[in-house]
Ligand binder design. Structure first.
Ligand SMILES: [Zn+2]
Length: 201
């Protein structure tokens, strides 16, 4: 039975690396996969999924908020699709998550989504993640460790010009940063250090 999977983690939890390794395993067995990624992510070369942890990268189709994912997959009728892998799944709309459930239930293709659970803004759920938590058949956390302590990281903290940004009502949840240090970057933290980051003010 095909299933809808949601694998979530913080920004440096190696989600894209997990996706790429899964893609590699399917293709090693001669199976056909389709990789998709939200085009809101400007960090990577257009049309590729890549990871800071791996040198291997994979071609992907980029989608936006208006793409009907069910129609898109249904029109890929050149050969049987064994699995669909989606990166940056937090940027899916609720409607697109429902389209994924139809791909699983009616086209009988497994769909594995990788994404963040909550945004840096208030630590609240992204639209895509919220819908996936409701409707996925399988939910798995990809774990990482807090930047400041040895607890599990559950939050994404944005650092801009050396200052943490959180609890802002004006922020934009689709801003993409890099986890490398720079002017504007993200770190993964536990809840305590999200609200109390040990950064010199
Ligand atoms: Zn911590």
């Amino acid at each position: 039975m095909a299933k809808l999977y949601f694998k979530y983690g913080t920004m440096d939890a190696s989600k894209s690396a997990d996706l790429l390794m899964t893609a590699h395993k399917y293709e090693n067995q001669g199976k056909n996969i389709v990789c998709l990624r939200s085009n809101l992510d400007t960090r990577t070369e257009d049309g590729f999924i890549e990871s800071r942890a791996l040198t291997y990268k994979h071609k992907c189709f980029c989608f936006n908020k208006d793409t009907n994912l069910y129609d898109f997959i249904k029109n890929q009728n050149d050969q049987k699709i064994n699995c669909i892998l989606i990166d940056e799944a937090q940027f899916l709309t609720k409607k697109q998550v429902m389209e994924l459930t139809e791909i699983v239930d009616f086209l009988k293709i497994p769909v594995i989504c990788y994404g963040l659970k909550n945004s840096y803004i208030k630590g609240e759920l992204f639209e895509g993640s919220k819908a996936l938590l409701y409707f996925a058949d399988s939910i798995q956390e990809i774990k990482s460790v807090c930047h400041f302590c040895d607890k599990k990281a559950t939050m994404n903290l944005r650092i801009k010009n050396g200052k943490p940004i959180l609890q802002s009502d004006t922020g934009n949840t689709v801003v993409i940063g890099d986890t490398q240090e720079g002017e504007d970057y993200f770190i993964s933290t536990c809840r305590k250090h999200y609200f109390n980051p040990e950064i010199k003010k």
